[in-house]
Design a protein around this ligand. Sequence first.
Ligand code: HEC
Length: 144
Amino acid sequence: MMPGKKFLVLLSILAVHAPMMDRACAGEASFADMVRHADRSRGHDLADGMCSDCHTFDRGGGAMIGPNLYAVQGRPVASAPDFNFSPALRAHRPQVWTIDTLSTWLKNPAAFAPGTRMAFDGLTNDRDRADIVVYLASLSDGKE
Ligand code: HEC
């Protein structure tokens, strides 16, 4: 028996759309999910291990190799006072640090800002990155 024409049409619609649906579910949506369910205190521990050689996180903390990161979410890129940012990062200044821009940056700093002075390979593990960006987002007045 030959498959009906309707069946074939349905099949081709699925073949075209299934990969797109897959990507939507497995990609962005699942990172958003990880952010929603992120573990802030795990992010704190990860940041202590991976970032604290170069960054301070407390309010009024000084710049080290990198700028202080207190209240980084919501401020324009490369706008921390008392820090001499690279031209590469300054070129992003009209942008603001959000969960999304922080995640893109931390996933691959050299891709986000080619020529950046942040000597950090990038954090490709989505769950680790989600926990860290949620920890960063918690560092501001009224949220501690
Ligand atoms: C080896 C030192 C080093 C490490 C490790 C490092 N950073 Fe950085 N970071 C820097 C430097 C230097 C800059 C400034 C880069 C520039 O001007 O191009 C920077 C910039 C940043 C900025 C932009 C700040 C702003 O005000 O625009 C963020 C956010 C940031 N780092 C987060 C992190 C996080 C989170 C980690 C750990 C996962 C980390 N960094 C690890 C050195 C480091």
